[in-house]
Ligand binder design. Structure first.
Ligand code: HEC
Ligand code: HEC
Length: 246
């Protein structure tokens, strides 16, 4: 007799427990549906899906990259990564992700932006330092990849024919004849980017402001290549030709 109410109690308790477990553990059936349907189930939000993928595969988190970009980068490089000549910040939108990541790491590690005469690189280096780790770099670069790749305004004039004669036999081998870059030789895209910035980088490579750091093995390739550009006129000519490749 005394056992029955206890048993009844236990059964009732059991039902209550299972009900409360179901409501508390709402995530359990949702995850099951997620894997059953390959993520197309409407109950799994896009944000959940991206977080899940990021967790499992280490993929970039766009929303975080966007937050970082808008807070730490857009002020100089523009809301669309279009660049800002007044602030000396080049266009980033449309640049290859492997190249952007390398430059951000270079700035972080002091391989770029530490030369005493590198006034503009010195402005960028502390900004790269705000990116805590590889994940932060991946996220912000992934966001930059979503920005529209509109060609930057033309500000440099020069002798295009002379520039072509300089570009094709040397620069074009690594940066591609169309100036769009070649991943296999680590050479970034040039055409459609801020022309005033390209001029400054060529001057920087020539003067050793960029590329001279002992660990800058990719920039080092450029320091010898710019010897083919004998003066500022040759530099503006080659950039005028790069402008014509858009
Ligand atoms: C205070 C202004 C400023 C802010 C903020 C800033 N940058 Fe820059 N950034 C610059 C300048 C100036 C340069 C050009 C340096 C030079 O001329 O060598 C540059 C260069 C770069 C480059 C090299 C581009 C190339 O083609 O080699 C990358 C990549 C870059 N910035 C990304 C970022 C990212 C990502 C952020 C946000 C985390 C950021 N920048 C924030 C000013 C800024
Ligand atoms: C041997 C291959 C090679 C040749 C030839 C070459 N480049 Fe480069 N260039 C590179 C590499 C690699 C980088 C990237 C360096 C880095 O990652 O820091 C680069 C970077 C640059 C940059 C900096 C771009 C930026 O966004 O900051 C400019 C500008 C440039 N090259 C122009 C030229 C021009 C003009 C010529 C011809 C006179 C030329 N390059 C020839 C390999 C080459």
């Amino acid at each position: 007799m005394a056992g029955r109410p206890r048993g009844g109690c236990a059964r009732t308790g059991g039902r209550d427990n299972s009900r409360s477990l179901r409501s508390k553990g709402d995530a359990v059936p949702r995850i099951k549906q997620h894997s059953d349907t390959g993520g197309s189930n409407a109950r799994v939000s896009e944000e959940d899906r991206v977080r899940h993928l990021a967790l499992v595969h280490g993929l970039p988190r766009l929303a975080e990259g966007q937050g970082t970009y808008l807070t730490n980068c857009a002020g100089c490089h523009g809301a669309n990564g279009e660049g800002n000549i007044v602030l000396n910040a080049p266009k980033l939108a449309g640049q290859e992700s492997w190249y952007l990541k390398r430059q951000l790491n270079y700035y972080k590690q002091g391989i770029r932006g530490t030369h005493t005469d590198d006034l503009f690189g010195q402005q960028m280096a502390p900004m790269a330092a705000t990116l805590a780790d590889d994940a932060a770099i991946n996220n912000v670069v992934a966001y930059i990849q979503t920005l529209p790749n509109d060609p930057a305004p033309v500000t440099i004039q020069g002798n295009v024919a002379n520039g072509q004669a300089l570009f094709n036999p040397t620069c074009g081998i690594c940066h591609n004849r169309n100036g769009q870059g070649v991943w296999a030789v680590n050479a970034p895209a040039l055409s459609g980017f801020s022309d005033w910035y390209l001029v400054r980088q060529l001057q920087n490579y020539k003067s050793g402001v960029r590329g001279a750091h002992p660990q800058d093995k990719f920039g080092f390739q450029m320091t010898s290549m710019v010897n083919g550009l004998k003066d500022d006129e040759a530099i503006t000519d080659v950039v005028a030709y790069i402008n014509s490749l858009r």
